[in-house]
Design a protein around this ligand. Structure first.
Ligand code: ATP
Length: 511
């Protein structure tokens, strides 16, 4: 399904609304509706259980959003959490300079892909893309331009060289998508942290930041957690919570928001073991994504050329969103950067005594960091399809269905009396609903023809629909319809619970 329709579907079916919509919305801020909040909670639950419950040596915390202002000095966010910003003087639109330059490279790659498609059509089965890329002069020349621009971009970003970013925008003749002009301001650094003021302290001292990541709440609590849970290294601390970034360009729906939610885990390790743990978490996290049925060709690793101020090594797990492969999760080898910084600024030791080595040290950290909202978008993009199915009369009709993994679906089972105005049916259905709701998030629906009710459940991804008909009254059986296969089976009322439970249990994913 294309991206515009996906956004419309999310609104129409109560997954996501624009924040403060009646006031024409607040840019890049969104609210989750009744089905959205269920799906989001299920994603968080899946992450929490697989990280915390499935690992003896990972524990959770829930730190406050506000932290002592020195935290952000120590973490480097006050000085280095910047994006390069550039304005177009004609359209007055603001852009991230690095994204404009990436867009330039993407445009060149698009030309390559076009040529490859053409060649594919001409040569048919005999076509070998790798060979074509390696031998076609035009493709080679364009690839060279892409590689050179990306290396130069990474260098300028790492060095914070705003002048070179501006030079690239000029040399590559990048135009504003809005005005079409090349009338750009200088490129300057823009800090992404939102700030506010503590009521009773004036000036810099009272300046508070809305946390731009959850990780720092974990670092400053490192010893509290280690001592209170008596964890031995290696061990991890996990957290789910809101983060805030004053993104310059916030587009693409919930992909880039100004208020979002992160699911982060900091894994504290012995210095020198970082490469093996980095490898371990890369693989573990990819497996987590694949377990919910996301196919391998929609996911890929992307190594960072430009490293963030804290990182020794970093890789993204990218997902193929409707607008291309983009970062979904980051795995970062952070060394001892954060704990050492906090030690220095706080004057408090943040060391671990390793009984096996009989020595104290500041542990190294490998972190996994995923945006809950991006995960939500990835799941919906993956699951939402339109397909032809036979309707009640056996005619082909189009249905929109959200093929979410049953363990993550917002509603697990819908209970539907065949007819609304037959009291025997609605009474029986209500009794079944009242029982099932003890175990699952269920829905009772008696409005409209049964076919339309099935379609409504398909659209929100409900894996099972139970229909109560006249046979139910005779022999205590119902039909249960499978969202994906459309097969309807007759089962006994007392078996519905275990039938559904088998398919929707989170254990299926965790195992
Ligand atoms: P990007 O390069 O896309 O700006 P980032 O590299 O700054 O992302 P990290 O700081 O590594 O992102 O944050 C970890 C995760 O948090 C990301 O992988 C992403 O899933 C999520 N995330 C970061 N920024 C946003 C945002 N503005 N809106 C939604 N999710 C976000």
């Amino acid at each position: 399904m294309d991206f515009k329709n996906l956004i419309a579907h999310c609104k129409e079916y109560g997954f996501i609304f624009q924040s403060s919509e009646i006031y024409d919305g607040l840019s890049a801020v969104y609210d989750y509706g009744p089905y959205g909040v269920e799906l989001k909670n299920n994603i968080k639950n899946y992450w929490w259980k697989s990280m915390v419950q499935m690992h003896e040596n990972i524990v959770g915390i829930d730190a406050a959003i506000f932290m002592h202002p020195k935290t952000w000095k120590a973490s480097g966010h006050v000085d280095a959490f910047n994006d390069p910003l550039v304005d177009n003087k004609d359209s007055k639109k603001r852009y991230r300079a690095d994204q404009l330059i990436e867009g330039y490279a993407e445009k060149i790659e698009a030309k390559n892909i076009k040529d490859i498609e053409k060649a594919k059509a001409r040569f048919g089965d005999a076509f070998d893309e790798a060979q074509f890329r390696a031998t076609n002069d035009r493709i080679i020349e364009r690839q060279k331009q892409i590689d050179e621009s990306m290396v130069r971009l990474a260098k300028a970003m790492t060095a914070g060289d705003m002048d070179d970013l501006k030079a690239m925008i000029d040399e590559y003749e990048i135009v504003c998508p809005e005005s079409g002009s090349r009338n750009w301001t200088e490129v300057r650094q823009f800090n992404l942290m939102f700030n506010t003021q503590l009521g009773n302290i004036a000036g810099e001292e009272g300046k508070l930041y809305l946390r731009p990541e959850t990780a720092q709440g974990i670092f400053v609590n490192f010893l509290n957690v280690q001592k209170s849970t008596r964890q031995k290294i290696p061990f991890g601390i996990a957290q789910i919570g809101k983060a805030f970034r004053n993104e310059i360009v916030a587009r693409q729906f919930i992909f880039r928001m100004r208020e979002f939610e992160q699911m982060e885990m900091q894994f504290f390790i012995r210095p020198g073991t970082q490469d093996e743990w980095y490898q371990y978490w890369k693989e573990a996290r990819l497996k987590w994504h694949k377990a919910i049925g996301t196919s391998g060709d929609k996911l890929r690793f992307h190594d960072h050329a430009a490293l963030a101020h804290y990182a020794k090594a970093a890789v993204d797990i990218e997902f193929e969103f409707p607008f291309g492969f983009k970062e979904l999760e980051g795995i970062h080898s952070r060394g001892d950067f954060d704990l050492t910084q906090h030690q220095e600024l706080s004057g408090k030791k943040l060391q671990y005594f390793d009984p096996e080595l009989n020595e104290n040290y500041v542990p190294f950290v490998v972190e996994t960091s995923i945006g809950c909202d991006r995960m939500f978008l990835a799941m919906v993009a993956n699951a939402l399809v339109e397909e032809n199915v036979p309707d009640a009369d056996g005619q082909d009709s189009v249905r929109t269905v959200m093929k979410l993994h049953p363990a993550l679906a917002p509603v697990k089972v819908a209970v539907l009396p065949l007819l609304k105005n037959k009291e025997e049916l609605t009474t029986a259905a209500t009794a079944i609903y009242d029982k099932l709701k003890l175990s699952f998030n269920c829905q009772y629906d008696e409005k409209d023809a049964i076919g339309r009710r099935y379609r409504r459940q398909d659209a929100i991804g409900t894996p099972y629909c139970v229909t109560i008909d006249f046979e139910t009254l005779e022999n205590g059986t119902v039909t249960i319809r499978d969202r994906d296969t459309l097969i309807q089976e007759r089962i006994k009322i007392e078996d519905i619970r275990s039938f559904v439970q088998d398919k929707v249990a989170l254990e299926n994913l965790l195992a």
